[in-house]
Write a protein that binds this ligand. Structure first.
Ligand SMILES: *[C@@H]1O[C@H](CO)[C@@H](O)[C@H](O)[C@H]1NC(C)=O
Ligand SMILES: *[C@@H]1O[C@H](CO)[C@@H](O)[C@H](O)[C@H]1NC(C)=O
Length: 200
């Protein structure tokens, strides 16, 4: 009786070490990696804003950029690639994420030529005077237009190839923004996981 309790206890201790030690080692490497990346990218905290042009009474591009500067906003995400705003952001040191609207995913993903002309028209024409750092492909596709989910990866791939061809792939990252609702059990972050039915 005592023996079997002791054995159970030992098994518990052994499994505790077996399972926790490797995972602690792994997560501390991950934390270090994230820390390093964060240090490299942004040495200070910042406030970023999303800017859509599909609204009434939007300030002119020039006034909008002056407003951002007065408010010390250093990062923006544009919901599209508005040429006036991209132009007005030249020489401002404001980092810019430009977006590919959902209705352009099909055209871009099915033709490298279309992707290359998108990159030329919206990035090469402004960069580096306008500090474009990322291309956000689509907007919350998995949750808002799930039928377009299969278009996402081809669009990302052809935009990336076009960036490689323009030799901008190390300066400009391609990513895709999603609704936070695809992350389940979001707190604590170490327990968070993606909704598996979102898998393409
Ligand atoms: C686009 O270019 C990539 C890389 O050059 C190639 O692998 C892919 O097949 C091309 N896609 C189309 C649709 O032509
Ligand atoms: C996961 O995603 C599916 C498909 O979008 C949705 O029906 C389901 O409610 C989601 N699950 C949770 C727990 O939110």
């Amino acid at each position: 009786m005592v023996n079997s309790k002791l054995t159970a206890f030992l098994i518990t201790i052994v499994s505790f070490f077996f399972f926790t030690v490797p995972s602690t080692a792994k997560s501390s490497t991950l934390v270090q990696q994230i820390k390093r990346q964060t240090q490299e990218q942004d040495k200070e905290l910042f406030v970023g804003v999303n800017i859509g042009t599909d609204v009434s009474n939007l300030l002119s591009a020039k006034d909008l950029v002056s407003f951002l500067q007065v408010q010390k906003i250093s990062h923006v995400r544009l919901y599209d690639a508005n040429p006036d705003i991209l132009k007005a952001l030249e020489n401002t040191e404001i980092s810019v994420i430009i977006s590919v609207p959902n209705n352009q995913l099909l055209a871009i993903g099915s033709s490298n030529t279309t992707a290359a002309s998108w990159i030329n028209r919206n990035i090469v024409a402004y960069y580096p005077d306008t500090l474009i750092t990322h291309v956000g492909v689509g907007d919350e596709v998995l949750t808002s237009v799930p039928s377009s989910a299969p278009l996402l990866l081809p669009a990302i791939q052809s935009l990336y190839s076009a960036l490689v061809a323009a030799n901008l792939h190390t300066q400009i990252k391609v990513s895709t923004p999603h609704a936070t609702s695809i992350v389940l059990d979001a707190f604590p972050p170490s327990q968070a996981y993606f909704n598996q039915s979102s898998k393409a």
